[in-house]
Design a protein around this ligand. Structure first.
Ligand code: ADP
Ligand code: MG
Length: 474
């Protein structure tokens, strides 16, 4: 299942308007043969196109006397490849009448031999250059799918490598559009071929281009009657070594983004193809996709309608369902309006220019697409880290409590010992005093006895001695 747009809101959306460039191709031989003249003027130095009384301004104008068409990739598409590597979905849409140069500009009819400066071959080259440069610290998973919408059915152009299916071949089984629970659109069972090199990717593009349903009308014998969407999906994962070096919180990020390269069927009205029967039916079906696309563009491009929250008829066709994210959704989008300068095409050219002008008002909201599983893992990881630090904190808290209790016990023991020593001290002080008193009394007794002894030796009466003793004592 190919998710056409991820809705994992991992970051703040960036509001971006759809960029519109006009590519004016030169007059081609069949037009010159018919004697057509150039009726388109590019205002010098301005991204402005004049046709008759009409003047339209865009983000860029290439071809005719405007900037060289070779600058389309550098100015409009290279920034999208950059965004793709940052995790944004991106889209390039080629719009215009049959024969106006959509396939030429996109490079969808890539044969692998000549690189005519088409957008897709340059995108492929740039993607692998960038991936190679980042190989040291990022793992890449690059896949491609290639589908076409023909008569309101979606076909897998990369299915069955053995047969080169034609439009009417009964073997072609349409694939179903599914909507996931989170509202993103997927294609059930579409081939998503993993590619490891530019050459491998180019092979898929060439093979798919051959499988495209083509039919000739009197406007352009080579032009396709179907819408073709070549999708390059990139999954990027930073490898652990670089993650530990940088030690960022995003080390487990997996970014998955998609680049839709859309080559639309001719925008002309059925009556102009001069077709009848089967071909006319095809014309009507193709117009259903483009009609719905036009209604989506005008619903999204009208500021008043947008503010009122007007209904956007994405469901009116398979094309608009698949391009839901590219127009007004999660994608950075560039529309390239291709026009012929021939006066015979003036009416269709004016229609294309009006259509493209309206698309400039579409506001998209692109977000970085993180893989939902990784995003969940990252959330759990940060929760775990928080719990670990809380546990550590509470553990260190309990250790401190134990120490405090020990200290308190020590303090109370010391207090007890202190009071015991104090009592002992008091007791000793008391006994000291008693001893001193006793010593004084003993001394007195001793003195009296000495006196008696003295007087006995001198023949004095005991009374004399007594008196003398008391005198002495006094
Ligand atoms: P679309 O896909 O819109 O029907 P194509 O890409 O098939 O138109 O172009 C119609 C014809 O015009 C082709 O023969 C193509 O080679 C020629 N062409 C388109 N763009 C240019 C260009 N910028 N320079 C020269 N020839 C061009
Ligand atoms: Mg074409």
């Amino acid at each position: 299942v190919l998710p056409m747009g991820s809705s994992d809101m991992a970051s703040q959306p960036q509001s971006d308007s759809v960029k519109v460039a006009v590519n004016v191709r030169p007059l081609i031989t069949p037009e010159l043969v018919l004697g057509c003249t150039d009726c388109v003027t590019v205002t010098p130095g301005e991204p402005q196109v004049q046709i008759g009384p009409h003047v339209f301004t865009y983000d860029h104008v290439y071809g005719s006397t405007g900037s060289s068409s070779s600058l389309i990739f550098e100015q409009c598409v290279y920034p999208l490849v950059d965004s793709l590597f940052c995790g944004y979905n991106t889209t390039v849409l080629a719009y215009g009448q049959t024969g106006s140069g959509k396939t030429y500009t996109m490079g969808t009819n890539y044969s692998g031999e000549s690189n005519c400066g088409g957008i897709i071959p340059q995108v492929m080259e740039t993607i692998f250059k960038k991936a190679d440069a980042m190989k040291g610290d990022t793992e890449f998973l690059i896949r491609v799918s290639f589908i076409e919408i023909f008569k309101e059915e979606v076909f897998d152009l990369l299915d069955d490598p053995g047969s080169v299916a034609k439009a009417a071949a009964p073997a072609r089984v349409p694939i179903q559009i599914r909507e996931t629970a989170n509202g993103s659109i997927t294609l059930a069972g579409v081939t998503e071929a993993e590619v490891k090199s530019k050459e491998e990717m180019a092979l898929h593009l060439a093979r798919g281009s051959l499988s495209r349903a083509t039919g000739s009308t009197n406007m352009n014998s080579q032009s396709s009657r179907s819408h073709a969407i070549f999708t390059i999906s990139i999954e990027q994962k930073r490898t652990s070594s670089s993650a530990s070096e940088k030690s960022t919180s995003n080390e487990y990020d997996i970014l998955s983004s998609k680049f839709h390269l859309v080559d639309l069927a001719g925008s002309e009205r059925a009556k102009r193809t001069g077709a009848d029967g089967l071909r006319l039916k095809e014309g009507i079906h193709i117009n259903r996709g483009l009609l719905a696309l036009g209604n989506v563009i005008s619903a999204l491009g009208d500021e008043k309608k947008r503010k009122e929250g007007a209904f956007v008829p994405y469901r009116d066709s398979k094309l608009t369902r698949l391009l839901q994210d590219s127009l007004g959704g999660n994608s950075k989008t560039v529309m390239i309006a291709c026009i012929s300068p021939a006066d015979s095409n003036a009416e269709e050219t004016i229609n294309t220019l009006k259509y493209a002008n309206r698309a400039r008002n579409i506001q998209n909201k692109a977000v970085i697409n993180r893989d939902p599983v990784t995003a969940e893992m990252q959330k759990l990881r940060s929760q775990l880290e928080q719990l670990q630090s809380e546990l550590l904190f509470s553990r260190s808290g309990s250790a401190a409590l134990e120490e405090l209790q020990l200290l308190q016990q020590k303090v109370s023991l010391l207090e007890l010992k202190n009071s015991e020593l104090y009592c002992e001290l008091k007791e000793r002080e008391m006994s000291c005093e008693q001893l001193a008193q006793r010593a004084i009394a003993t001394q007195l007794e001793k003195d009296q006895l000495m006196l008696k002894l003295e007087s006995a030796r001198n023949g004095k009466s005991w009374d004399d001695i007594e008196n003398a003793g008391s005198e002495q004592v006094c």
